[in-house]
Structure formats: C-alpha cells, structure tokens
Design a protein around this ligand. Sequence first.
Ligand SMILES: [Mg+2]
Length: 353
Amino acid sequence: MTPPLRKILHADCDCFYAAVEMRDDPALREIPLAIGASAERRGVIATCNYPAREYGIHSAMPTARALRLCPHLTLLSGDFDRYREVSAQIQAIFHELTPLVEPLSLDEAFLDVSAVSRFSGSATWMARWLKEECLSRTGITLSVGAAPTKFLAKIASDWEKPDGLTVISPDRVDDFLLRLPVNKLHGVGPATSARLDALGIATCEQLRTLSLDDLITEFGKFGQRLFELARGIDNRDVRVERERKSISVETTFAHNLPDIDSCRPALLPLCERLEERLARHGYPPVSGIVIKVRFDDFTLTTLESQGLAPSQESYDRLLEQAWARAKRPVRLIGVGARLLPEAKRRQLTLPLQ
Ligand SMILES: [Mg+2]
C-alpha cells in the first residue's frame, strides 16, 4: 500500500536576527555583522550575515573565536523582543496558507500544504507566494524547500540559500537522493558520519548497498532510520501547536569516553550548541536544567535540577553525579534546558546565566 503523497514546505529565514538588524540599519548590510553574547560572557554567535560568513564565522561558534577570525566584526547582543515580533508576523503569513504549521524556532517552520487548493495546489507557487509576502510585509528573505517529506523539505530549503527556492518533486526524489552526501541526512552527526566514512559510504546511493541487517548491526535502532532515509522514507507528520517543553542538544562520541575526566571537556561544545539553540528560540524562560548520559552498555541515565540556569558549571556538577551512577565509559552526553510552561511565563523568570 502506498501512502498518499504529501506536500511539505520548509521555510527558513536567511540569517534571521542579522537580517532584522540589517533591515533596520542599512549601514550594517555590507559589513561583517553577528548577533551573540559577548566574549567576556563566554557567549556564542547566534546568527551572522553573509559578509561575516566569508571570515569563516558561523552560528554556535564562540564569540571569542569569531572576533579572532574577524577583529572588526560588528557584534550586537540582540533585541529579542523585536525578533519575536517579526517572527510573529512571519508565522502569521504561514498560517494564511495552511493551519498545519510546525514552528521549529523563531525563524523556521514546516508547513503541510497537501490539502491546500490555492495556486492550483502547486507547492512551487505556494513557496513563491510565501517568499514574496514575507519580503514585502517584513523585509526579510525566506528560503523555502518543497518535498514529499519533512527531511527532504529541510534539505531543500538549505540547498540554494540565501533567498532560495528548491522543489524536490516526487519524481525527482530518487535522483536527488542518489547523489546526496550521507551527512545531509537528518540525525547523521559527526560520529555516524565518520563510521559511515570508514565503511566507504559517502552518498545515499552507497548507503543503499547496505542491508537493513547490516545497518542495525552497525548503528542499532538508528540503522533502520538510515535505511529509510536513504530511500526517501520519512513518515513524520507536521505537528501543530505542540508546546515545547525543553531544548536540548546531544553528542554521540566516535569513541567512548573512558571516565569522568575525559567527559568534562565534552561539555563545552555542547553548552555552546545549547546556547545557540536557546538564542534561536529567542531565549525562552528556563525553569531548570537536565543532563543525559548513555553508557557503553547502552543504559541511559538522566538527571534534572530545577531552578538552575544553563551554564557549564551547573552541567559539570550534574555530569559528575550522573556518571557516578554507573562509572562506565560514556557513548553519549546530552544537555538541555527545561522551559517554563507558557502559562507560568509571566509569573517567574530566571536569568540565563
Ligand atoms: Mg534560518
């Protein structure tokens, strides 16, 4: 039985926070510009414009490093109230097209347009309309990808950034996938990528030569996912109105970390990525922090602390307690922030650091 064909759009603003700043102050357009917390606060870059990217700066990079790469970088701490306002305008445009909108952050969303009859049902024309409306009403450019699945729509929106429009129609899915590098697949991070590389697998065409059995032996449960993604299968629905309860990032290590001392240095890059994710969500109020550790025997332990703000020091303390529960080599560490429920946000907020 073939499932009904879906039309999914992934819409993503181009360097959103920087774009809002450049819109409001044209003097910033041609110079390297980044939004992020200061180096003194051990901040990371949340967004930067294209002139800054030419210096090798990218989001989640420590601000101190960005300033070494480009000493004349214009660094702004960011006006998140203003970004949230523009975000609300853009999300409203999405909702004019379909009620099936799943926001991923302030500047990014999936839209399920399978049932939309406007534009003769053409996803390409819908994507064009979104781009035009967004630009004319907010002055911000969008990149949009259209595809039959979420993971392909997301890859497509990134394909011709900035101001991109990439459509992967159902008949082009196979062609597109065969040449696709495996590290573009949803969930394939550096560790999986390195192991695939060691197996001589660089593209989805090569990935398809591995049997489901092989993949499960090599990657556990994720092996099944790899098997499906390489064939364009991704049945995740666009999920509407889900209140985000936490924001987290995690890393599976290419080699297990033997002890607590070797785990500690891994926290810094994780905390930097978490900080960038929090920034992408406009710094929602945080009610506590959580750490997750998976040991070499695949047992998982999580530890939560209410009332702590996300900082490397807090995670360090939690990590030590979590590790002490098993005292085994570690294959994965995750750090997260628990978000204050929307209903409580007006009553209490914690400072971020
Ligand atoms: Mg974006």
